[in-house]
Design a protein around this ligand. Structure first.
Ligand code: PLP
Length: 460
């Protein structure tokens, strides 16, 4: 038996937890940390013996589910054989070369090379440097600005955190960094004028992007970064026509497109990549999460031909590509990624996310769409969200003090379901492992429904 109290006490005294109210945690007001001890399939267990359905796959990452011994064995094999070597000065490993070949074959756009990091944040940091490097090398030194979207999420490091379009990532931390700009969010439910169609709304958002580029000076704008489906900003699929309209603008002004596939990549939307689903042709692609299903940290900044060819052509003039981490292309991470992609391909997880996802959305809509506190039920593949409002007609939000989203999430958790309360309103988000069955979908929807009913009763 593990001593939960001792673990909790050590943790409270020594761990700086992300997204935790420090004072409430330190004082014990929000209770002890949950000590997670195991995971199997779509479920995790805590030290008190409780089991939860992980309706969020950790942080949208454990796509293949927990406890896959094939991956554990690949990690162990690599650790026994060669636990570490670097990739500087043209060193590699078999696992890394194999993985890179696979990624270049499967990624959207016209991929040429993969640069490896450890997190989505650092991969987006790399993408920003690549945009600057590319424009310096091709003689456009002023083209440095990067545009992202309000409510977009791209990480929390200096530049990726600046790209993130959520003010609470910036407040008190001196972000956003100059030169990182934001344009409107593709959220039709909240952003559309009365009666405005999705297509018209998409055109308006594209026109706003164009205005921003023109106002800033097109010769100063290097790239636009976006998630194919807005993730942490509310799990919002793009409105109809959005990506066509946006890409038209980017092409007109020679602005690179960075597709942040950290959530969408590897099947989450029911296609291998979100870019493929929405007809995006990115110049740079960011992957992480599903790449290793979270089994070990690994991310990739996938560089398209257009950018890479300029880099290679300039090499005689500028010397070596001076960017790299000790752990870039770590062999254990590469071995894990290969084992995960084997499962992804063998079990056709994109197809599964599409078919099981269709059942999921049908069930969500059936159970929730008519509830008087539900404004919108949305999603694609195995990404889903329910947006709660105080008044469906006027779309009036609940008083934030009521913490409706957080309470529903807590009520679900008390019933053994992890579904995430998302920022920017009262939103319950779902991103379960892609291996779940239709019966498990029904279980998730039922638990979420009962949790919602409980909070509705409390509010009445
Ligand atoms: N990009 C997207 C779309 C994400 O959802 C995330 C994390 O949730 C990141 C980037 C940052 O990844 P990481 O937390 O691994 O730094």
């Amino acid at each position: 038996m593990i001593d939960i109290k001792t673990i909790a006490e050590k943790d409270r005294l020594s761990v700086l937890h992300p997204f935790t109210q420090l004072r409430e945690f330190a004082s014990g007001k929000i209770g002890d940390p949950t000590v997670v001890t195991g995971g199997q399939g779509i479920r995790i267990q805590d030290a008190e013996g409780r089991s939860y359905i992980d309706g969020f796959a950790g942080l949208y990452c454990v796509n293949i589910g927990y406890g896959r011994t094939e991956v554990a064995e690949a990690i162990a094999r690599q650790a026994y054989n060669l636990a570490y070597y670097h990739t500087y000065a043209a060193h590699t490993t078999e696992e890394l070369a194999t993985l890179s070949d696979r990624l270049v074959r499967m990624a959207p756009g016209k991929p040429s090379k993969v640069f490896y990091g450890m997190s989505g944040s650092d991969a987006n940091e790399t993408q920003a440097k690549l945009v600057w490097y590319y424009n310096n090398l091709r003689g456009h030194p002023k083209r440095k600005k990067i545009i992202s979207r309000e409510r977009g999420y791209h990480g929390c490091s200096v530049i990726s955190g600046s790209m993130t379009g959520m003010s609470f990532y910036h407040d008190h931390m001196d972000l956003p960094f100059p030169g990182i700009l934001h344009t409107g969010t593709p959220h039709h439910y909240w952003g559309a004028e009365p009666g405005e169609t999705e297509e018209a709304f998409s055109r308006r958002r594209a026109a706003e992007l164009e205005e921003l580029i023109v106002r800033e000076g097109p010769e100063t704008v290097g790239a636009f970064i976006a998630e194919p489906v807005l993730g942490t900003g509310g799990i919002t699929p793009p409105p109809a026509g959005y990506w066509r309209e946006i890409q038209d603008v980017l092409k007109r002004y020679d602005v690179l497109l960075i597709a942040d596939e950290v959530i969408c990549g590897f099947g989450r939307t029911g296609a291998d990549f979100g870019s493929t689903l929405y007809g995006m042709e990115p110049d740079l692609v960011t992957v992480a999460k599903g790449l290793t299903s979270g089994y070990v940290p690994l991310s990739g900044a996938i560089v398209g031909e257009k950018v890479y060819s300029v880099m290679e052509e300039a090499a005689d003039r500028v010397g070596a590509f001076s960017h790299g981490y000790t752990y870039s292309g770590h062999p254990i991470a590469a071995a894990a990624a290969n084992a995960v992609i084997d499962i992804f391909e063998k079990e056709r997880l994109s197809d599964r996310a599409r078919t099981v996802g269709a059942h999921f959305h049908k069930q969500l809509k059936q159970k929730f769409a008519q509830l008087e506190i539900v404004g919108e039920v949305r999603g694609v593949g195995l990404l889903g969200a329910i947006e709660f409002v105080a008044d469906r007609q006027t779309k009036r939000r609940f008083d934030p003090e009521l913490k409706v989203g957080a309470r529903i999430s807590k009520a679900a958790r008390d019933r053994g379901l992890i579904a995430r309360a998302m920022p920017h309103g009262d939103i319950l988000g779902f991103a379960p492992p892609l291996v779940l069955s239709e019966a498990e979908v029904d279980e998730i929807v039922d638990l979420a429904y009962r949790a919602t009913k409980q909070v509705m009763d409390e509010l009445a």
